[in-house]
Structures are given as C-alpha cells and as structure tokens.
Design a protein around this ligand. Structure first.
Ligand code: FMN
Length: 371
C-alpha cells in the first residue's frame, strides 16, 4: 500500500443535506435514538482509512476504531502507525472530522505498552486493544481472541498499556464473548475494567461462532450486569446490527446506549444516519461516494489491487441497493484498474452533476419513524 498525501485535495462536494441544518424539517426521531452513540467498527482488509473517510461523510458516526496494528516484538516506527491510521496526520480525525482510535493487537504486555507510548506521542484519539481477532495466524502467535482463555493476561495487557499512556488518552478494549465458548466472558470483562480500561466493546459472539448469525446480545447484558458498580465502564454492543430495528432491539436487549456497526455500515452507508433519525443515503448519492472512494483508492492502493477494492465494496452494497448489482455485474470479471476507470468515465462522472441539480428537489430525510 502506498501512502501519498492522504488528505491532499478537496473532498468532492457532498449533496447530502443534514436535517440539523434545515430548520424547516420536522424530524420524527425517537428521543433515545438521537442520543445513541454510534461507532464504526474496525475491519482489517475492508474498512481502511479510505472507506472510513467515505463512510463518515454521510453522517451519524461518532467515532471510528481503526483496523488492527500488529505488535510483535519491536517498537514500531511512526510510519507503521501512519500506514494504517493516516488520520493521525489530521488530528486523529477523518476528513469530515470524526475521531479515529487506532487499535493495537498483540500479547506481550511490555511490548504493547512501549508501542502504546509511542503511539500516544502521535496524539491519537485514544488507543484500543484487540481481544477478538479470530485469524489462525494471529491466534497461533497468541494474539486476538485466543487471549480470552487467559483473562489474567488480558488484564495485565490493559494495565500495562493504561500505565504507559497519559491519563487523558482513553484506553479501550474490544473483545468477543470467548474463544471456544463464552463461559469466561464475565471474567475477561472484569479483568479489562479492573485494569483501568475506559470503555469496552463486546462483539456478541465467540471466536468459534465466527461471523454466523445470531449475535448473542443478551450475553452483553449479562456481562455488563456482572460487573460491580465501581467497574461499570461504558460498554458498547456490537454484532449483527444491519437495520434501524436491529439497533433499537440491540439497545433494548443489551442496555447499551453505544453501538458499533461494521458490515451494516459497509452495506448501507446511511445506517448510522437512519438510526439517529436524521435521514438516509439514497442510491442517487452513491455514485458520488463510489467516485470519491475510487479516487482515494487510486492514491493509496497499488494499481493491481484497485479493482478488487471497488468490487469488494460493491459486493456489500448490492445487498442493500438493488441498483449496485448492475455495477457489480459490469465489473465482476475485471481486475484492471484502467477498465474500471473507463467504467467510471462512462457511467459515473456525469452523475454527480445530475445529483447536484436534483439535490434540492430530493430531500434526504424521507424515512418516517414512529415517535
Ligand atoms: C473483514 C473483517 C475484518 C475485521 N477486522 C477487525 C479488526 O481489525 N479488529 C477488530 O477488533 N475487529 C475486526 N473485525 C470484527 C468487526 O469489528 C466486528 O466486530 C464484526 O464484524 C461484527 O460486527 P458487524 O456485525 O457489525 O459487522 C473484523 C470483521 C470483519 C468481517
């Protein structure tokens, strides 16, 4: 991956209208929904700085966690952190101003602490620790979800990182319910909270569950309630939030008012906006977002991987937007960036202009929610 001035150039003009900026609109929002805090999940190999930039432009996301930065036995140079989180050059925020928290993955408390200290010097919006990665290579070297079998070590990692960074830098953790089963979930959460973490994200599955539905939201409630009152750190519920209804149910079941979404946001970039009752992203906006994504992919990704990145996103989008199927079919067989560029030239470059003309006639807020 090439890092070339990730914040150079102006972002394309957005046609989105936020209801907050339009005093004439009456927003049918459930009071507790607008108070929800919504996080964009880390997704290594999919949701990188490029997609974070595009997905946070649409609104609704309060904070992002970066994909993991693997720590083994050295203190990484600053460029290693910047490669994954170029937003560190922008005050640890995406171009639209949404904070990004870098995530570290490793198993050695001292080495993680040293890396966290170096990272803290780059003024990140907090540091997150990964206790959920299911990848075999990562687990074999005792990182990610496999650590959930060793709550004591999990606690030592969090404590070492907490000690290594200034108090004003939040330290959070993200865990699954366990490795093979969930019987130590409470122990792990306790260890994390007792070690001084400021927040805990719980992905409501074990490593053995992979990403298969369902997500066991009720276990998040049990984990939360198992903590003694003085260790009840803010808990963020994660897993299988695809729709506004899912978000509301997840909030009801878990009791968490902060939710994290990954695949749901990649599939429907307007999901966070909709959960907050502030509108949605109509398909007519997508060509502009796809073009912005493609332009940034051109700056940051090796040419031979560019087409793949676009198809990867389209593959998610077609689950929500039937219109994305046509784009996916058009490009499915190509791996050539120039062919994709011609496709954009033919199909998309004219669309943002059409969109801009239509923007005032097409209100963004069209979804009705019961009060
Ligand atoms: C392709 C992919 C990559 C992921 N990478 C990370 C990662 O780097 N760090 C992490 O903590 N979780 C990672 N996850 C887990 C997600 O953050 C999230 O917990 C999971 O997808 C469930 O949430 P969702 O149903 O909203 O997608 C990844 C998930 C996927 C599908």
């Amino acid at each position: 991956m090439v890092l070339e001035g990730p914040f150079s150039g102006k972002p394309p003009k957005m046609t989105i209208r936020r209801v907050a900026e339009d005093p004439g609109e009456v927003v049918p929002t459930h009071p507790s929904w607008s108070a929800m805090i919504l996080l964009l999940a880390p997704m290594e190999g999919l949701l990188d700085a490029t997609l974070r930039d595009v997905l946070t432009r649409t609104g609704g996301i309060d904070r992002c966690v970066s994909e993991f930065i693997r720590v083994t036995n050295t203190v990484l140079p600053e460029r290693a952190f910047l490669r994954v989180v170029p937003e560190l050059l922008n005050g640890s925020r995406t171009r639209s101003g949404v904070p990004v928290r870098p995530q570290l993955l490793g198993s050695d408390p001292a080495c993680l602490a040293d890396n966290a200290a170096r990272l803290a010097g780059m003024r990140p919006h907090g540091i997150d620790l990964n206790f959920g990665c299911p990848a075999k290579t990562v687990n074999q070297s005792r990182g990610g979800a496999v650590l959930l079998d060793e709550p004591e070590l999990v606690g030592r990692i969090v404590a070492a990182v907490r000690r290594a960074v200034p108090v004003h830098v939040p330290v959070s953790a993200k865990m699954r319910l366990g490795y093979n089963d969930d019987h130590r979930a409470e122990e792990c959460a306790f260890a994390i909270a007792e070690a001084g973490a400021n927040e805990l994200v719980v992905h409501a599955r074990t490593k053995a569950h992979g990403y298969r539905p369902p997500a066991y939201w009720e276990r998040i409630a049990q984990v939360r309630e198992s903590l003694p009152p003085h260790l009840r750190i803010p808990m963020i519920a994660n897993g299988d939030i695809w729709t506004v209804e899912d978000a509301l149910r997840c909030q009801n079941v878990t009791g968490c008012h902060a939710l994290m979404m990954g695949r749901g946001m990649v599939t429907n970039p307007g999901l966070a906006l909709s959960i907050k009752g502030q509108g949605f992203v109509p398909w007519e906006m997508m060509p502009g977002l796809l073009l912005a994504f493609w332009q940034q992919v051109g700056l940051r990704v090796d040419k031979r991987h560019r087409a793949g990145r676009l198809k990867q996103w389209l593959n998610y989008l077609r689950r929500y937007y039937p219109q994305a199927q046509q784009a996916f079919d058009d490009l499915r067989l190509t791996n050539d960036a120039d062919t994709v560029q011609h496709w954009f030239d033919r199909n998309v470059c004219v669309l943002p202009k059409i969109q801009a003309e239509q923007a005032d006639r097409t209100p963004l807020v069209a979804e009705a929610f019961p009060a």
